[in-house]
Each structure stands twice: as C-alpha cells, then as structure tokens.
Design a protein around this ligand. Structure first.
Ligand code: URA
Length: 239
C-alpha cells in the first residue's frame, strides 16, 4: 500500500512532466470517482486506483505488460527510420513511461510482440538463459521438403554463430509453409536459418510465446491488450 500525491501519480503513469500534470489538475481535467481533483498535493492510495484524464478512465499500474498483434511495416526500434514505430500503435503515455518491445520482430514480421516498461521483466524474457519457446509460421519461396525440416531440426550454421542453431520443433504445414519453434532470439534467426538451408522466407509471423497464443487474445492487427497475471505466467519454458 502506498499513498502518493495525484501529481506524482499522473507523472508516473506517463501523463507528462510535473508541471504539465499540475496544469492538467489546475484546468480540471483530472477526476477520481466522478470528483474533479484540482489540488496537486492531494494524496491517494495507488492500489487499484482508477482515475480519469480528459474524460478517459485509467487504472493505476506500477508496470505495464502488453501483447500487441504487430502488423507488417512497423519497426520495433525506438528511433524508427523507414516505417512507423510500434510505439505509435499505443497511447502516448506508454512512450513517456518508456514502454519498449521485449526483443524485436523485423519490420515485415507480424504477430505476437510483448511490450513492457519493467526492465527486469524485459531482461529476463530476453535472456538467452530463459528458454521460452517462440512459435513462428514461415512462408517459403521454394517448396518445403522433409530434408528442409530435418535440416532445421538438426541445426544450421549461421555466420557469426559459433555453433549450429536448431529449431526445437519444425513441422510442414503446407507446400510453402512451416511451423518453426525456436528457443533463441538471434538477429533475423528464422530468415537466416531458412537461407542457410537453401530456401528463402517470404513472410513470417509469430503466433505464440511460451504457452501464450496470439489467437486466444482475439486481437486484430495493430490492436493490443494488457496481460493479466495468468497470461504472464504462461511466458515460461514448456515442460
Ligand atoms: N526471426 C526472423 O528472422 N525475424 C523475426 O522478426 C523474428 C525471428
């Protein structure tokens, strides 16, 4: 339990600098339980606190954990150069709170992307020691063959990688489509593995991380949702 001034609460939730938040209050843009709060020194319990800014309701969150259904042609970088950044799909406050992607998907990869402002969560999820399987559906230029599947399961040598990298699971889904499950998250890993096996990835989508399935989140492309505790608990190695 912790009580904080409303000005501090607004600032922590990404509504701007202290001065900006004090102005929001002075202008009567912030309310709590239907009551407009203008006193920037007023203190409130943050647990389960609901407040509204410009008439829009928000729940106080110490940290933010999000799943985004990433569309193609969005960059995961914080300073995107050729396409809009994924942060532009989220409320502006989230950028102020330093929400960032957990690992990266290429600009042309679609699907499940986790985002958070919790540094230790991001670090843990991105750590090579944390063997969380990630499921991808890849479309290939050349036909998928049983040799290709066998090669990806056995491991392929990539430049800059000391040891061959293997899929933990690989399954043909169609003539030009396969499901590939990886536990590492190396740069362009699926595309480079397919290229190393003499094929070429023409489209890529991530459909699952740990036991969390994009399908079950019911998100249209470009939509996001907060992750609940039970969903966060799914982001771990599968036994
Ligand atoms: N592997 C890739 O090649 N690209 C991605 O975006 C994710 C995994």
């Amino acid at each position: 339990m912790s009580k904080q001034t409303i000005e501090r609460i607004l600032q922590s939730q990404g509504f701007g600098t202290r001065k900006w938040c004090a102005n929001l209050l002075a202008e009567g843009e912030v309310s709590l339980n239907g009551e407009v709060i203008t006193d920037d020194r007023a203190k409130f319990e943050t647990d389960a606190l609901e407040f509204s800014v410009y008439g829009e309701s928000w729940l106080y969150r110490e940290h933010i954990y999000i799943a985004l259904n990433k569309p193609t042609d969005y960059e995961c970088s914080r300073k995107p150069s050729h396409h809009p950044g994924v942060l532009s799909l989220l409320p502006e406050q989230f950028t102020n709170r330093d929400v960032q992607p957990v690992g990266r998907l290429d600009h042309d990869t679609t699907g499940l992307l986790l985002m958070s402002d919790d540094g230790s969560f991001i670090h843990k999820q991105s750590s090579p020691k944390h063997h969380v399987p990630k499921v991808y559906i890849a479309t290939t230029h050349a036909q998928v063959t049983s040799q290709l599947v066998a090669q990806l399961l056995k491991g392929v040598k990539l430049n800059d990688e000391p040891a061959p990298l293997a899929a933990v699971l690989c399954e043909q889904l169609g003539e030009h489509q396969l499901k590939i499950v990886l536990e590492q998250g190396k740069y362009h890993q699926v595309k480079r593995m397919l290229a190393a096996a003499d094929n070429h990835c023409t489209a890529l989508s991530r459909t699952q991380i740990g036991a969390l399935k994009l399908d079950e989140l019911n998100l249209a492309e470009g939509e996001w949702c907060y992750l609940k505790a039970n969903q966060l608990a799914m982001l771990k190695p599968l036994k």
